[in-house]
Design a binder for this molecule. Structure first.
Ligand code: COA
Ligand code: MG
Length: 297
């Protein structure tokens, strides 16, 4: 697995409609890893223009403190709306853009080139604004290999299960077997090209057990974060991606033992009755990374 292009922790990323200043303000207070101010499907057609202006206003309001929270904007898919989305919001200098319904490398390169132009015009550092791509169609899945390599600004692939299911004509079930192939394909391509993988939102707002189970499933598949659509979903999601004290301790001890055996010239060793070699060490390192802790050397 190559090193991640961007190491920032993105465990929970909260969506809110871009035309709701109230929800954007609330999102800024929650200590969530990232917020995604939406200009796409969460905004009514007759509110698109108002939403762009609201997002610009939020990004430039000196009294609105987002703290450590990353400020992302979801734009519309390629087309006239997308151009207007960027034109207005880029002047607020967001940390990144989320591009929905990505189906080709070109979908990403077009936005990347547009941003380069603006960064030049506005005197921003070139390449600073990040891109995150939502894969949510059959074509998006089929073209993952070219999408994942499209541009250095791309730092994460996100999976959108609802749009994907409707695109392929599958039926959504609680077990999510109908999306397993696509959900895994997104993780595999993200891992192959050093991108983060962020899982689809859980839409049943009242079902917290269901949310936790679905997030655990995502983590087991290899995802490092999940989209959220309500403030109540943030803590449960972060908790799942945050390793427990025991997991952290076990990972630290394993790496220390590994370092010790390496020095004595042994690549593989037995630890607590189990054979340990590099894949397990890398998994332990990932546990510490998820916890935001240094790797013992
Ligand atoms: N971001 C920030 N604040 C949110 C929020 C969100 N996504 N969802 C709800 N809130 C706020 C509400 O404004 C309310 O604030 P208050 O207590 O200060 O009045 C509080 O959290 C409780 O909200 P609640 O009444 O439980 O929800 P709701 O009925 O107001 O909203 C949704 C339900 C689904 C409309 C709302 O959660 C939402 O807009 N989610 C995001 C939808 C979206 O962006 N979709 C596109 C991507 S899939
Ligand atoms: Mg979608």
């Amino acid at each position: 697995m190559p090193v991640l292009r961007d190491e920032r922790l993105r465990r929970a990323l909260l969506f809110m409609p871009g035309d709701s200043m109230k929800k954007i303000r609330k999102g800024a207070t929650l200590g969530v890893d990232s917020i995604i101010m939406d200009l796409e499907d969460g905004v009514a057609l007759n509110q698109k223009e108002a939403a762009r202006l609201t997002v610009y206003e939020a990004l430039t309001d000196a009294d609105l403190d987002f703290g450590q929270t990353e400020r992302l904007v979801r734009i519309n898919p390629s087309g006239k709306w997308q151009t207007e989305d960027i034109d207005i919001t880029v002047k607020g200098k967001p940390d990144g853009y989320v591009i929905p319904k990505v189906e080709s490398a070109h979908d990403i390169q077009f936005v990347a080139n547009t941003l380069t132009e603006y960064e030049r015009q506005l005197g921003y550092r070139i390449g600073n604004i990040k891109l995150l791509a939502i894969i949510e169609s059959a074509l998006g899945i089929v073209n993952l290999k070219e999408i994942a390599q499209a541009d250095p600004r791309l730092i994460a692939l996100m999976f959108g299960a609802e749009d994907y299911t409707s695109d392929i004509g599958a039926i959504r079930t609680p077990q999510s077997e109908e999306v397993l192939y696509a959900r895994s394909a997104v993780v595999a391509h993200a891992a192959a090209y050093g991108l983060q993988a962020i899982d689809t939102p859980y839409v049943d707002l009242k079902n917290m057990d269901g949310l936790i189970e679905d997030t655990q499933k995502a983590m087991q598949l290899g995802y490092s974060g999940k989209l959220a659509i309500h403030p109540n979903q943030i803590d449960p999601i972060i908790k799942v991606f945050m390793p427990s004290e025991e997991e952290i301790k076990a990972a630290q001890q394993l790496i220390e033992a590994h370092n010790h055996f390496q020095q004595s010239g042994a690549g593989v060793f037995s630890y607590n009755g189990k054979m340990v070699d590099m894949p397990m060490i890398r998994a332990a390192e990932r546990v510490l990374k998820r916890a935001g802790l240094p790797i013992p050397s």
